[in-house]
Design a protein around this ligand. Structure first.
Ligand SMILES: *[C@@H]1O[C@H](CO)[C@@H](O)[C@H](O)[C@H]1NC(C)=O
Ligand SMILES: *[C@@H]1O[C@H](CO)[C@@H](O)[C@H](O)[C@H]1NC(C)=O
Ligand SMILES: *[C@@H]1O[C@H](CO)[C@@H](O)[C@H](O)[C@H]1NC(C)=O
Length: 373
């Protein structure tokens, strides 16, 4: 269990069980929280909290589950459309409409098959819960699609987030097509700001350029898997780079984040990519990771339960098998702590009480509730 990298003092303290882990220690092997296993899932991707404290969990093969936290059981929500389960694709995110209590609308993102391969789609539907711990989606309406499809099943992303002004934000991956992330004729590799019905939000930066550009808030993204707001109303995003070059970005209206023209990583075949410093006209990441951590989810922590983490970014990371805590000071970010979880971490959300919920990746993946020790 003890790791070669541990300092002797730390190792001895771990053995004696006496040490509180210093908050600034970067690689934390003793978890600074209590972790409660709620349910186990098959390839989960995302979670969303219902007002009755139950939790929707998406599973990539196309199952939407309803978790009762008290009984630690998961029922099924029927009516999910057929998803393109291949590569990284399948059922992805789930989010509640800001007025869910009135309209019962739930949004899902997923990969769908069609001519030319698979692309991302976002649909909304009415969720009706039954008395047996399950429910159904009805009146499903696809409100957004990737403007292009591709074979390979990679980098769909499509994280969904409602903003303070009620807009629907989609972090659209470039489905491994690279240059379309720079093209204003398509919506791949972009952060998009839409109305709740999928039309472009009024006042978007490229609204004068036509219907597709009107969706776009920012461009030049690769595989943007996490987006969240900070307390000042700024939007932060994490995205996976190729071989090296995972990023956390401050997302601003009309900015170009440079993929695939600049990146701190390399292509998988070893070809180099110019660094961000060569093109100051593109927005550079606030932090880039080489080697990668594989960021798959992001929250900006807002609660009081983990008081010293307020305002920090917390990233669920796949290859790092960790929660990566990043401090934000003004416009600067810094990795402060890497909490080893021993599993690839797929998703992260904060509940209204400030507890942090995470889901592991893959089969037999656990939904965990994290609360202070
Ligand atoms: C969770 O299950 C318990 C036990 O069956 C039940 O009493 C409770 O109402 C359920 N929670 C919700 C929100 O349905
Ligand atoms: C979509 O929503 C916007 C904003 O609420 C509204 O102005 C527009 O009419 C709606 N479009 C359709 C087709 O429902
Ligand atoms: C932070 O970024 C914003 C927007 O780009 C800019 O207006 C502001 O001056 C920056 N602040 C600092 C301290 O660099």
């Amino acid at each position: 269990m003890l790791h070669l990298g541990l300092s002797l003092t730390y190792a001895l303290a771990l053995v004696s069980g006496a040490l509180a882990v210093p908050s600034q220690q970067l690689h934390t092997r003793q978890q600074p929280f209590k972790s409660t296993v709620i349910t186990t899932h098959n390839e989960p991707w995302a979670i969303a909290f219902l007002p009755d404290n139950r939790i929707l969990v998406t599973e990539r093969r196309g199952n939407l589950r309803l978790v009762n936290v008290t009984t630690k059981t998961a029922g099924t929500i029927t009516g999910v459309p057929t998803v393109a389960y291949a590569g990284q694709g399948g059922l992805h995110d789930v989010a509640l409409h800001p007025k869910y209590a009135e309209n019962s609308l739930v949004y899902i993102s997923y990969a769908e098959s069609g001519t030319g391969g698979a692309g991302g789609a976002v649909a909304r539907a009415k969720l009706t819960l039954d008395a047996n711990g399950g429910g159904a989606l009805s009146g499903l309406e696809v409100i957004w699609r990737h403007s292009q499809r591709a074979t390979g099943g990679l980098q769909f992303a499509c994280r969904l987030l409602f903003g303070p002004d009620g807009a629907l934000w989609i972090s659209s991956g470039e489905i491994n097509q690279m240059t379309p992330a720079q093209s204003m004729t398509g919506n791949l590799g972009k952060v998009l700001k839409l109305n709740d019905n999928g039309t472009a939000f009024a006042g978007n930066p490229f609204a004068s350029q036509g219907a597709v550009p009107a969706q776009i808030w920012s461009l030049g993204h690769r595989n943007p898997l996490g987006i969240d707001w900070d307390a000042q109303g700024r939007l932060w995003e994490v995205e996976m780079g190729p071989m090296g070059g995972d990023e956390i970005n401050l997302i601003e209206s009309g900015k170009n984040y440079g993929w695939p023209l600049v990146c701190e990583g390399k292509h998988y075949d070893g070809r180099t990519i110019p660094a961000h410093s060569t093109r100051p006209d593109f927005a550079a990441p606030k932090t880039a990771w080489v080697p990668v951590i594989s960021p798959a989810g992001l929250i900006i922590y807002k609660g009081d339960l983990f008081a010293s983490w307020k305002g920090n970014a917390i990233i669920s990371a796949l290859s790092a098998q960790a929660l990566v805590r990043v401090t934000i000071t003004g416009n600067t970010t810094k990795e402060a702590q890497r909490i080893s979880m021993g599993k690839r971490m797929r998703g992260i959300r904060e509940d209204k009480d400030g507890a942090i919920w995470v889901i592991e990746d893959g089969t037999n993946a656990r939904l965990l509730k994290l609360t202070p020790n």
